[in-house]
Design a protein around this ligand. Structure first.
Ligand SMILES: [Zn+2]
Length: 320
């Protein structure tokens, strides 16, 4: 079974009592095998087609914030270093570099996070997502949400604590439901006006406070398409650190209602046949983000292969 991009980091996150021991954390930073992955607003550093692991002292010299201990891999402690730009003003998010339709990268240099998810080995893509996600959180949580005082980095970077009011802040993940609604040989897809022409994807939306995932799926489909569905069925999940989402993938069967775009979020929504989706899958260039100008004759462009929406579509094509 195919796994989602941005999953599969191979390391012990040491997310337990060890991190709460400052002496243990300091030992990891001094360890002769301590290395760091390097990421900043221009993307993640890659070397020979892999995520670069740089000796920690060398990486730390380029850092604009304290290194974050990601965990332990087979060689020893592994950190993440944010090499900028500086975070004392609102800054672009880590890994935001790169973009749609850029040429495939050289095997060494910088890769935007989306490109990294498509181009790097599975485990390195997972590691890049972890590093970018945690560093994005640090960038946006320098002050206490409770009292406004500057917060301090703790537990090797998996917590920020407030010296004024004593509250501990933990890395945040925002749940987003994404769902493929089907009715036999047709599938419901929508598009946002900002997407490349003819690109359609599964419907999606943030889970609200006091709302179950199943309720969020049903509500989003009703709001975005005016369609009633049967019970949602969980499929798989994918970290989406742009800046801090977790995509929760579902499938659901159509029950009632003719789809039409109802809110400002979607420009168009409608049914596509199995044949249209199969034809569109043939236009893909690989795992790359399909940019404007690719496949000029296609009537439908699918989401890129690194996106969970595409996994949901592939699963539907495989099922029957
Ligand atoms: Zn506080």
């Amino acid at each position: 079974v195919a796994v989602n991009a941005f999953t599969g980091a191979e390391l012990d996150r040491a997310d337990d009592a060890r991190r709460r021991d400052p002496a243990w954390v300091a030992d990891q930073a001094r360890h002769p095998s301590a290395r760091a992955v390097v990421a900043g607003s221009s993307g993640v550093r890659v070397e020979n087609g892999r995520l670069a692991r740089v000796p920690l002292p060398e990486a730390a010299r380029t850092g604009v914030a304290e290194p974050v201990l990601l965990g332990l891999d087979a060689e020893g402690p592994l950190f993440a270093v944010d090499d900028g730009p500086r975070t004392d003003a609102p800054a672009p998010l880590v890994g935001a570099g790169g973009g749609r339709g850029e040429p495939p990268p050289a095997t060494s240099g910088r890769l935007g996070l989306r490109e990294a998810g498509a181009a790097l080995p599975q485990a390195d893509g997972g590691l890049a997502a972890y590093a970018a996600g945690i560093m994005n959180w640090h960038r946006r949580h320098r002050f206490c949400a409770n009292c406004g005082a500057p917060t301090e980095h703790g537990e090797g970077g998996l917590v920020r604590s407030c010296p004024e009011c004593g509250v501990e802040h933990h890395p945040r993940t925002d749940p987003v439901v994404i769902m493929l609604v089907t009715d036999g040989d047709r599938v419901l897809l929508g598009r946002q006006a900002s997407w490349p022409a003819r690109r359609y994807s599964a419907l999606a939306g943030f889970v609200g406070p006091g709302e179950s995932l199943e309720e969020a799926v049903s509500r989003e489909v009703a709001e975005e398409a005016g369609v009633v569905i049967g019970p949602p069925v969980y499929a798989s999940s994918q970290p989406w650190p742009f800046p801090s989402s977790l995509m929760l993938g579902f499938t659901a069967r159509w029950a009632a209602g003719e789809p039409r775009a109802r809110d400002a979020e979607l420009e168009d929504v409608g049914w596509f046949s199995r044949g249209q989706v199969v034809a569109a899958a043939r236009h893909d260039v690989d795992g790359w983000e399909v940019g404007r100008g690719d496949a000029p004759n296609a009537e439908l462009l699918l989401p890129p292969k690194l996106a969970i929406a595409r996994r949901l579509l592939d699963g539907w094509l495989r099922d029957d």
